[in-house]
Design a protein around this ligand. Structure first.
Ligand SMILES: Cc1cc2nc3c(=O)[nH]c(=O)nc-3n(C[C@H](O)[C@H](O)[C@H](O)COP(=O)(O)O)c2cc1C
Ligand code: SF4
Length: 652
C-alpha cells in the first residue's frame, strides 16, 4: 500500500520534476562562514535530502552590499560563493533532492551588523517600521537599478553552482514588499505611485533573472499571502500582485506564507510558535491557488504527514514547505513514505534551539534533536568498541536521550525513574496554559526509548545501595532539579504560595495575586496566565527588563500578547523585598526605590530551581565512573538536558 499517495506523487515546478511534494523550506541556519557555505551546512542539507525531501530551498542569501550581512549569512554578491554552494548541490543531488536558492535584501529592516556598529538602512522611502524603528535612507534611482542587477547576478551564480532554481523573497515586509506596499513606498519615480510602478522593482528583478539564466531554470517568488499586521500588504493586495505576476508570466511558482518583519505581531508569525494554529497560512495559499495557473507551495506549521497529504489532496496547495519539522527530524519524509509516521519526532514549535539560536547568531539546532546543525560531529552514531553496563538515574529528557544513544551504540542500558511516568520537567512544562504541545518532547523521547534495547524501571527510587548492587560500568546521573526556596523576609500574615505548587498541585490562591518572578522564564508567565484565566486579578512583578526575559523572544512576545489580553499588569525591574500583611514591597533593581503593591491576597513566589545532587553527593569517593547531565548539574532548559544526554551517550 502506498502511504500518503498525494504527498508522494511527483510533480513539476517550472521545468523541474520533483520526486514528491515535500520541500525543506528556506531558513537561515547561521551555519555559513564568511558569507560562504561550510561543510557543516552541506552536511545539514544532505541529511534532509537523504531523509526524503524532494527539494531543499536554501536560506535567504544577501545579494547586495547595501544590506550589510553578518559573516554567518550567505553572500551571493561575488563568485566566491559558487564553490561551496556547488558542493552542497552535489551532496543533495546524490539523493535525488533538487536545490533552489533564495535571494534576499532586507531594505529598512536592518538591525544586524557586520562589526557591531549600526549599518545604513536603505529603503524605497523614508518610512520606518515598528520593529526596527530606523528612519531609512531613500534609495536613489540608480541604486535601485544596481540592486536589480545584483539579484540577477546572484541568480546566475546559483545556476553556475548547479542549483535547479531560485526564488525571490518578496514577502515578510522586506525590501521587495516595501516597494510593493503603498504605505512604505511614496516614491514619485517609475518605482512608486501606481500599482504597476510599485510592482516594477520585483518585475524587473524577475525579467533580469530570466534574461541571465535562460528558459529552463526555475524562478519563483516567496510571498506573504497576508502580512497580517495592518502596516503590510493584506490578502487582497497580495492576490492582485500574484495574479499580475502569473499573467505576464514572470514566475514558475508561488511560495506562500503569512507574516511580516515589520511589527511584533507579524514577526511572531514568521516563526510561528505553538500559540499560532497549525496551517495558519492555508486560507491565503488556497485563494492564490484558485486565482493563478502556476503551482503554489504552502508553508507554516505543517507538522504531520497526514496534514500535508490533505493539503495536496484538497487542492489547498501543490507542495508543502516544512522547516522546523525537518530540523526536528531529518527523516520526516522517508518515515512517512515507508509507513513509519509514528516514529516521526514531531516539532513542538518551541522555537528554542532553531529560531533562538538563529536570532542570537549561533548555528541552529533542535532541543529534541541536538544532532541538528551538528551533523559533522554527531551525524553518524559510532558503535561502542566494548559493551558496557550503563545505569541511568532519572528519566527526564537528559536521562532518556543518554539511554537512547548509549543503547543504540550497543551498550546494556537500564534507566530508573522514581515517578510513574517518563518525562521529568517536561511533564510540568506541558501543564502551562497553551503549552500542551511541549509534552511532545517527552512522548517523542519515550517512543524512541521504547524502540531501543534499554530497560525502563518506573516507580523506582535509586539509592547508593542500589547503585552498588547494580554494579554498572558507568552511572549517568540525570536526577533533575527541585524548586528553590529562597530565604525571604516575609510577614507570616501574608498568604504565600510557590509557583511550582500552583502548577503541580493546583495550590489555592485568593483573588488578588502578585507573582514575584525572579527567573523571568516560562514559569512566571505560565502561572500568571493560568491564574488570570481562573479569574484572579494578576500583577506579575519580574526581576528583569521584561516578563520572559530569559526565554526565546518570539515565544515571550506571543505570551505577553496573551497576558495583555487577559489584563495582567507587568511590573519590570522588581526585586522582592518584604511584606506586611496584604502589602508587598519590591525594590526597583536599577534605583533601589520602593515599589509598593497593596491589596495582595496571595503572593506567588517563582524563585527558580536548584539541582538535585543528593545521590552524587552521597557517592562522593566511590570508584564507579559517573557522569552528571542536565538540571542536576545546574537547572537550565530541555535544550541543555538533551544535548548533554547526547554527549553522555556518545562518550560512554
Ligand atoms: C531558523 C529559521 C530561519 C528562517 N529563515 C527564513 C529565510 O531565510 N527565508 C524565508 O523565506 N523564511 C525563513 N524562515 C521561515 C520559514 O521558511 C517558515 O516559513 C517558518 O519556519 C514556518 O514553517 P515551519 O512551521 O515549517 O517551520 C525561517 C524559519 C526558521 C525557523
Ligand atoms: S527547537 Fe523546538 S521549534 Fe525548533 S525544531 Fe526543535 S522542536 Fe521544533
Amino acid at each position: 500500500m502506498k502511504h500518503f499517495p498525494h504527498l508522494f506523487s511527483s510533480a513539476r515546478l517550472g521545468k523541474v520534476e520533483l520526486k514528491n511534494r515535500i520541500i525543506f523550506g528556506p531558513h537561515g541556519t547561521t551555519l555559513g562562514h564568511d558569507g560562504k557555505v561550510t561543510d557543516e551546512l552541506v552536511a545539514y542539507h544532505e541529511a534532509r535530502a537523504r531523509g526524503g525531501a524532494g527539494l531543499t530551498i536554501l536560506e535567504s542569501a544577501t545579494v547586495h552590499k547595501t544590506y550589510a550581512y553578518p559573516k554567518q549569512f550567505i553572500y551571493l554578491g561575488s563568485d566566491d560563493c559558487i564553490a561551496g554552494i556547488s558542493k552542497l548541490v552535489k551532496a543533495c543531488h546524490q539523493h535525488n533532492c533538487k536545490v533552489f536558492g533564495q535571494l534576499f535584501h532586507a531594505g529598512r529592516a536592518v538591525r544586524i551588523s557586520t562589526d557591531g556598529s549600526q549599518s545604513v538602512a536603505w529603503a524605497p522611502s523614508e518610512i520606518p517600521d515598528e520593529r526596527y524603528r530606523i528612519v531609512p535612507r531613500v534609495m536613489p534611482n540608480a541604486m535601485i537599478y544596481e540592486i536589480i542587477e545584483a539579484y540577477a547576478e546572484a541568480a546566475l551564480r546559483l545556476q553556475k553552482a548547479g542549483c535547479d532554481g531560485v526564488e525571490v523573497l518578496a514577502g515578510m515586509g522586506y525590501l521587495v514588499s516595501q516597494f510593493m506596499n503603498p504605505l512604505s513606498n511614496k516614491r514619485d519615480d517609475e518605482f512608486g505611485g501606481s500599482f504597476e510602478n510599485r510592482l516594477r522593482f520585483l518585475a524587473e528583478i524577475l525579467c533580469r533573472i530570466r534574461a541571465k539564466v535562460g528558459a529552463e531554470f526555475v524562478i519563483g517568488v516567496r510571498v506573504s499571502g497576508d502580512e497580517l499586521d495592518g502596516l503590510g500588504l493584506d490578502a487582497a493586495a497580495m492576490l492582485r500582485i500574484c495574479k499580475a505576476l502569473d499573467e505576464k508570466p514572470l514566475v514558475d511558482y508561488f511560495n506562500v506564507i503569512a507574516s511580516s518583519s515589520a511589527t511584533p505581531f507579524g514577526w511572531i508569525r514568521v516563526f510561528p510558535p505553538m500559540e499560532v494554529e497549525p496551517l495558519y497560512a492555508a486560507p491565503f495559499a488556497k485563494e492564490i491557488k484558485k486565482n493563478v495557473g502556476k503551482p503554489v507551495i504552502l508553508g507554516g506549521r505543517i507538522n504531520q504527514p497526514h496534514e500535508a497529504e490533505s493539503i495536496i489532496a484538497e487542492e489547498v496547495a501543490d507542495f508543502c514547505a516544512m522547516v522546523r519539522p525537518f530540523i526536528a527530524d531529518p527523516e520526516f519524509a522517508i518515515k512517512a513514505e515507508t509507513g513509519h509516521s509514528e516514529d516521526i519526532r514531531a516539532c513542538v514549535a518551541c522555537n528554542q534551539a532553531c529560531v533562538g539560536h538563529r536570532l542570537a547568531h549561533f548555528p541552529i539546532s533542535c532541543i529534541q534533536h541536538p544532532e541538528s546543525g551538528r551533523e559533522t560531529i554527531y551525524g553518524e552514531l559510532i558503535q561502542a568498541e566494548y559493551t558496557k553496563k550503563v545505569m541511568v538515574v532519572g528519566a527526564g529528557p537528559a536521562g532518556m536521550k543518554a539511554a537512547i544513544v548509549a543503547a543504540n551504540r550497543g551498550h546494556i542500558v537500564e534507566i530508573f525513574e522514581k515517578s510513574a511516568q517518563l518525562g521529568g520537567s517536561v511533564l510540568l512544562a506541558q501543564q502551562l496554559p497553551g503549552r500542551e504541545e511541549f509534552g511532545g518532547v517527552a512522548s517523542n523521547l519515550a517512543h524512541e526509548l521504547q524502540n531501543t534495547t534499554a530497560t525502563v524501571h518506573l516507580n523506582q527510587e535509586v539509592t547508593v545501595q542500589s547503585i552498588n548492587e547494580f554494579a554498572a560500568d558507568v552511572v549517568i546521573f540525570a536526577s533533575g532539579s527541585v524548586p528553590r526556596k529562597a530565604e525571604l523576609d516575609l510577614d507570616e500574615k501574608t498568604d504565600i504560595v510557590y509557583a511550582h505548587d500552583v502548577l503541580k498541585y493546583n495550590a489555592k490562591t485568593a483573588n488578588s495575586v502578585v507573582i514575584a518572578d525572579w527567573r523571568c522564564d516560562w514559569i512566571g508567565l505560565g502561572v500568571a496566565e493560568k491564574l488570570a484565566l481562573e479569574g484572579c486579578r494578576v500583577r506579575l512583578a519580574v526581576n528583569g527588563l521584561v516578563a520572559g526575559e530569559q526565554i526565546q523572544s518570539i515565544v515571550r512576545d506571543a505570551w505577553i500578547a496573551k497576558l495583555n489580553q487577559l489584563g495582567v499588569d507587568i511590573i519590570p525591574f522588581a526585586r522582592l523585598f518584604g511584606s506586611v500583611e496584604k502589602t508587598v514591597f519590591f525594590q526597583h533593581t536599577t534605583s533601589n526605590e520602593a515599589i509598593v503593591l497593596e491589596g495582595v491576597d496571595t503572593l506567588v513566589v517563582a524563585h527558580g530551581y536548584t539541582s538535585n545532587t543528593h545521590l552524587q553527593d552521597a557517592m562522593d569517593g566511590d570508584k564507579v565512573e559517573t557522569i552528571s547531565i542536565g538540571d542536576c548539574i545546574q537547572p537550565r532548559s530541555v535544550e541543555e538536558a538533551v544535548l548533554e544526554g547526547l554527549k553522555a551517550g556518545v562518550s560512554v
